[in-house]
Design a protein around this ligand. Structure first.
Ligand SMILES: [Zn+2]
Length: 97
């Protein structure tokens, strides 16, 4: 008969090993990407403070349908016409949207 303490230890140990495996893999990926970025930076392929296109905050241009960007009634920010909520203050951009 196996007692509960042994079962607990075995289950906890197994879970710990799984977590370590997943965590180590993520850490290895992070270090690999950091090394790649620093190599690119050394070679001059990457500007040190290049703006991230994901966070480009320029006002949106009219979309393909020619609809003008809508202006937020709350803060006045320009939003792409397909937006339902303001990209600056998250206010709803008007009825019927
Ligand atoms: Zn707004």
């Amino acid at each position: 008969m196996v007692d509960a303490g042994t079962v607990y230890l075995v289950a906890t140990g197994a879970l710990l090993l799984v977590a370590l495996g997943v965590g180590l893999r993520a850490l290895v990926d992070i270090f690999r990407e950091a090394r790649e970025r620093s190599r690119k930076r050394r070679d001059g392929d990457l500007d040190r403070y290049a703006p991230d296109p994901l966070y480009d905050r320029d006002p949106p241009a009219p979309n393909a349908d020619g609809e003008a960007p809508s202006t937020c009634p709350q803060c006045g920010a320009e939003n792409a016409s397909e937006f339902t909520y303001c990209r600056e203050c998250a206010a709803p951009l008007g009825p019927g949207r």
